[in-house]
Design a protein around this ligand. Structure first.
Ligand code: LLP
Length: 437
């Protein structure tokens, strides 16, 4: 997919770059991001929304992969940016991302984070709870500013993975509950606070969603709520944010919809539900993360050791693992892989790919068909663009890999490989423990 292909040397090529050359030049493990595919995904969202005729904003959920070069792409593609911490805010601002297109999420933004964001004059705060609402109002007041706010509501729609159900579920750390009246109370309070400009409500129903039913159900609930609020309080919401969660294809069994289908069905639900009630059509915001960067990423590893347990399993170990991709260990996430340096060869055996961490749970893939792998072969694991680098760690004091963007035969480092110095950068040995030489 994307610009990936097998070239005439029999190697996997991405963005016109031979992955074997990339591995030689930059070392492994290496995150390779197909820049053209990232941009294509951005454009799929923007163009699909444009075609609906609705007013919209597509905010890339930077938690999926937040580095300065990515913020540059998001700006160039005319999108907004969703952040959830001061670190993501700092990254975006340092990259020159326009503050007015930044939306700030999170269930426990600290006073310092709120202050930093108010100072930066970001475009919108997605307020999660009453404590935050009053804290934000006070901070904005001190700075004589009025800040834009969406209220995150918990719509009681469970859309995780394959099934979507209306749960009426109240038990979530996020947002104002719709069912127990908290959401209505929040609208009332927010509309009375002098330093808050209430734009509307936000709902996020889950991640890696393959169907449109959950989104439609969320639209129904949000629209009913908006209509109810208009009747009760005489307020209309100019903005509705439906969050992210659009699924991607990690393995053969995954069947996500094309981006345009998610967008069209959300737009249709909006037009129908709000239209029926004579409600002015709100601006629609969404926050795709995974679906923007997920399938654009490939991780290259060098195969080191292997061990065959006859009749049981063959373990093939790579020079990375749960430190660069914790998703298999955390979520039992599944991935596909191939030998990038022998991409034309037929698969001969089923093996399991182990990482190098001192932990038996550090497995990247259980059972994958490959040609007979040898020490030194290059393994490419697909679809690692989202929540991999972003969730990577230094467990076992393993240094994080570099990230390169590839496009039209050019490769650019966007994150350097971590050094030993980086690992020790924050270590301090107290004076009394220092070794006297
Ligand atoms: N908006 C909000 C409020 C969110 O909480 C999230 C994801 C998104 C947007 C973006 O969702 P996406 O389009 O990427 O599905 N670490 C997990 C995923 C956690 C998602 C958290 N929130 C994983 O690796 O699967």
């Amino acid at each position: 997919h994307g610009t990936s292909k097998i070239n005439d040397r029999g190697h996997l090529e991405i963005g016109g770059c031979d992955t074997v050359d990339l591995a030689e030049r930059y070392g492994t493990p290496l995150y390779v991001m197909d820049e053209q595919l990232i941009r294509q995904r951005c454009r799929e969202f923007v163009q699909a929304f444009r075609a609906t005729g609705l007013r919209f904003q597509v905010a890339y959920a930077s938690k999926a992969f937040c580095v300065m070069a990515m913020c540059r792409i998001v700006e160039e593609e005319g999108m907004s940016l969703d952040i959830v911490s001061d670190g993501e805010l700092y990254t975006a601002l340092e990259a020159g991302f326009p503050a007015e297109r930044i939306h700030f999420h999170g269930n426990n933004k600290t006073p310092q984070e709120l202050e930093m964001a108010v100072n930066a004059k970001i475009g919108c705060f997605v307020v999660d709870n009453f404590v935050e609402m009053h804290m934000l109002n006070a901070i904005a007041g001190e700075k004589r500013q009025k800040v834009n706010v969406l209220l995150r509501i918990t719509p009681g729609v469970d859309a995780h993975t394959h099934e979507y159900i209306s749960t009426g579920q109240t038990d979530s750390k996020f947002g104002f509950d719709l069912a127990n009246g908290a959401a209505e109370q929040a609208v009332k309070e927010a509309s009375e606070l002098p330093n808050i400009e209430l734009l509307g409500v936000h709902s996020h129903i889950g991640s890696q969603i393959f169907e449109v039913g959950g989104f439609r159900l969320a639209v129904d609930k949000v629209a009913d709520f908006a209509v109810h609020i208009r009747e009760q309080l005489g307020l209309t919401f100019p903005v509705i944010n439906l969050g992210g969660g659009f699924g991607i294809r990690y393995i053969d069994g995954d069947s996500p919809l094309p981006v345009a289908e998610y967008v069209n069905s959300i737009a249709e639900a909006i037009q129908t539900k709000f239209g029926q009630n004579g409600y002015p059509l709100p601006e629609i915001w969404t926050e795709p993360g995974r679906s923007i960067v997920g399938d654009a990423g490939t991780t290259l590893y060098t195969i080191g050791t292997y061990k065959d347990i006859p009749g049981v399993r063959k373990y093939v170990a790579v020079d990375g693992g749960m430190t660069d991709n914790p998703r298999p260990a955390l979520y039992e996430a599944q991935y596909e892989a191939m030998l990038a340096n022998r991409a034309c060869e037929a698969n001969e055996e089923v093996v399991s790919i182990a990482g190098k961490c001192c932990e038996s749970g550090d497995m990247l893939i259980w059972d994958v068909s490959l040609p007979q792998a040898r020490t030194g072969d290059l393994l490419a694991v697909a679809c690692t663009g989202a929540y991999n680098y972003a969730m990577s760690s230094n467990y076992n004091r393993i240094r994080r890999p570099a990230v390169v963007f590839v496009k039209d035969g050019e490769a650019d480092i966007v994150v350097k490989r971590e050094s030993f110095e980086h690992l020790l950068g924050n270590d301090v040995v107290p004076e009394r423990m220092r070794k006297v030489t």
